[in-house]
Design a protein around this ligand. Structure first.
Ligand SMILES: Cc1cc2nc3c(=O)[nH]c(=O)nc-3n(C[C@H](O)[C@H](O)[C@H](O)COP(=O)(O)O)c2cc1C
Length: 461
């Protein structure tokens, strides 16, 4: 069989992910795994329609497609996202229809599930036959058990194709809706009270719902709120994954384009950030993805700490909970406060006016209070994953992170907590006596769990 491997790593063949593909090829020499470098060649693929067509021809003549990519910012790299957009822009969805497919990624398991949900949904949108996904940690291949797992995944994939296995879609198609937003007059204007606000947008045309939502939002303020259009910003390309930034947060693009300067001078200095974009397939645009990926020059260190963040989105966000989770996880991990996500899914323009007005009022109000909402599993869990990796294998390449994590108490292990350890030891010992165990578990435990909190409340009286 011939399998087309669509390589999503900007590093081309010198990619961790491709070593997994090479491994599968060695294990199954009777099948041909034809690797096409997509992400590293995206500029050519975009400009040269013949190059794009060659890829389509390869896919058409293959028995299956393997989407193989590294995780970048909770999704696939921007270059790969652009390729996915091109499939629809150039109307070549039929090339993928009914093809058997699977997804393979490497990562540190930080939101690998959202990237795989995205790829699965894209395959469903393309009417492909999705046989499964394989999400490897970067160096899993070094372990015999994981090699075995990878081998099994590949053989299941090949067998599924050969036996014409039935497959089911996991994600419903997105239902389109036409709603032409005509904003009403501005309400009571809000003062920024000295806070700096910036709207970041990927805006094609001002006369779109997104353009009008941004304008309505800006009209809620007494002062001028500036808009930076990512389309006009000089960004030479997506993140290359070179990780030169790991040593001291210096991006290898340097001053070759405006990105780093812009991020440092405009984004990091704002108190209030509004991210505005239109949904394209099941994410925002690849331009937005490029913006997020390039911010990786901060590696695993949050760069938007303490900021109030709002999202203004045109498109069916309610139908894409995966994207909502990405937005929530991104802001939470950045230690910023996600105030609201306003979309044009409201039934009436008046409701949208009110939501945008309220967003304007709340970002200023909450900036004044320096409010950051409580963390959830998204960042509590996510941070532990990064903490363990930066402490361990990634410490050498990401020395800047290591310094930051050390200085900011992010290495919150091993838990010394001697008092709890002593109490635990005594209680564990006591529960070895059946009568004591009964007394503790049946009578005392609920009381004791609330006791420290009650004591605190008593102190307040
Ligand atoms: C810009 C950038 C963003 C990344 N984002 C994530 C992420 O969100 N989650 C994760 O688990 N790993 C993330 N990683 C780690 C890569 O997914 C991982 O190193 C991968 O194995 C690289 O594969 P490659 O060598 O095939 O490109 C990121 C790496 C880079 C350079």
């Amino acid at each position: 069989m011939k399998i087309t491997v669509l390589n999503g790593s900007p590093k081309g063949n010198l990619s961790v992910t491709m070593q997994y593909v090479n491994f599968i090829q060695k294990k199954f020499p009777h099948h041909e795994l034809k690797i096409l470098n997509i992400a590293s060649q995206i500029k050519k693929i975009e400009k040269d329609t013949a190059a794009f067509q060659e890829i389509m021809d390869e896919v058409r003549s293959s028995d299956g497609v393997l989407w193989a990519f590294p995780l970048y910012y909770l999704l696939v790299p921007s270059q790969y996202k652009r390729f996915i957009e091109l499939i629809w822009e150039r109307g070549t969805q039929d090339v993928f229809r009914n093809k058997y497919t699977a997804a393979l990624s490497t990562s540190v398991h930080f939101f690998d599930h959202t990237a795989h949900n995205y790829m699965n949904a894209i395959c469903d949108d393309l009417d492909m036959k999705y046989l499964g996904s394989f999400s490897a940690a970067m160096y899993d291949l070094m372990h015999g058990k994981e090699r075995e797992r990878c081998s099994l995944f590949a053989s299941e994939f090949f067998e599924g194709i050969q036996s014409h296995a039935p497959t089911a879609k996991k994600f419903s198609p997105i239902l389109g809706r036409t709603f032409d937003y005509i904003p009403g007059p501005a309400g009571q204007r809000v003062s920024l009270q000295g806070k700096r606000a910036l709207v970041l947008a990927d805006l094609k045309e001002p006369d779109t719902n997104l353009g009008k939502m941004i304008e309505r939002f800006r009209n809620s303020f007494v002062e001028e709120v500036s808009v930076a259009n990512l389309r006009q910003l000089d960004i030479k390309g997506g993140c290359l994954g070179c990780i030169q930034c790991g040593y001291d947060y210096q991006c290898s693009y340097g001053d070759q384009d405006e990105y780093v300067r812009f991020y440092k001078d405009r984004v990091k200095t704002a108190d209030i950030l509004i991210f505005a974009g239109t949904i394209q397939d099941r994410y925002l645009s690849s331009r937005w993805k490029m913006f997020f990926d390039r911010s990786f020059f901060h590696t695993h260190t949050p760069s938007l700490t303490g900021k109030q963040v709002g999202f203004i989105v045109s498109g069916p966000l309610r139908q894409i909970p995966n994207l909502r989770q990405i937005v929530e996880a991104y802001t939470e991990w950045q230690q910023a406060n996600l105030v609201d996500i306003v979309t044009d899914e409201e039934d009436h323009a008046k409701e949208l006016d009110a939501r945008l007005q309220s967003l304007a009022e709340r970002v200023v109000h909450l900036a004044g209070k320096s409010y950051i909402k409580t963390k959830t599993f998204l960042s509590v869990g996510g941070m532990k994953v990064l903490r363990d990796d930066v402490w361990g294998k990634l410490r050498f390449p990401f020395q800047a992170d290591h310094r930051f994590y050390k200085e900011h108490g992010l290495y919150d292990f091993p838990q010394r907590k001697y008092k709890s350890r002593l109490i635990n030891s005594i209680l564990i010992l006591l529960t070895k006596i059946p009568a004591m165990r009964k007394e503790i578990y049946r009578k005392k435990i609920k009381e004791q769990m609330v006791r420290p909190l009650q004591k605190m409340l008593e102190r307040m009286e």
